[in-house]
Design a protein around this ligand. Structure first.
Ligand SMILES: [Zn+2]
Length: 208
């Protein structure tokens, strides 16, 4: 891994690095186990805003200062709020790498060219499958994955209220908490829109 890290620094100097939150949690729970730490850890890991992250870390800190210090000392990204919004890729576990590993497992023993050709074939098939899905969609119809998130956000938007509007800017109330929102910039205080690239429930409320 050390060699890979060096090569990435050299070839992709602007890239940010993430550590798998699931692996981080496995280490974390050896010292700080139990459902309270579990819930707070995943609240911190899945937080799309600094505010939500800090709230979870504060609660961990109340239970154990060393636990909070340990998490804050991790120097690679693992909480969604840290992710670069230009990437709009919000995965904080390496599950998708594991499915890639599952694919290459059967090829591992093969000579290198057969190995590469096997990977290429696999992706040709994957791309073809996705192209077929894309072809079946209407012009502005979201993909099934985006639709799932959108449906969830549309459902959640029912509990929100728009209290102010001017230009592309809105303030959306969820309960008593205001969420400043900028439709033209694609930003919301909750951070969900920025991190995933898919409008959050507050944005959806403002749209409708
Ligand atoms: Zn939002």
């Amino acid at each position: 891994m050390k060699g890979v890290e060096k090569a990435i620094d050299k070839e992709f100097p602007q890239s940010t690095k993430r550590v798998c939150a699931k692996d981080l949690y496995s280490n974390f729970k050896m010292k700080w186990g139990g459902p309270a730490f579990h819930d707070l850890f995943w609240r911190a890991a899945n937080a799309t805003s600094a505010h939500a992250f800090n709230k979870a870390i504060d609660e961990i800190n109340r239970l154990s200062r060393p636990a909070a210090d340990y998490l804050l000392s991790v120097n690679q990204q693992w909480s969604k709020h840290e992710f670069d919004p230009a990437i709009t890729f919000d995965h904080n576990t390496s599950n998708f790498v594991e499915s890639f590993n599952a694919v290459i497992n059967e090829l591992r023993e093969k000579p290198v060219l057969t190995f590469m050709e096997g990977i290429r074939n696999h992706f040709m098939e994957k791309f073809a499958e996705r192209m077929a899905v894309a072809d079946s969609l209407q012009m502005h119809e979201p993909t099934p994955y985006a639709k799932e998130i959108l449906d969830y956000n549309i459902h959640g938007s029912n509990q929100c209220m728009v209290i102010q509007a001017g230009g592309g800017e809105f303030e959306v109330l969820e309960g008593t908490k205001p969420h400043p929102l900028d439709i033209l910039k694609g930003t919301c205080l909750c951070g969900g829109w920025q991190v995933t690239g898919i409008p959050c429930k507050h944005a959806y409320r403002a749209f409708t």
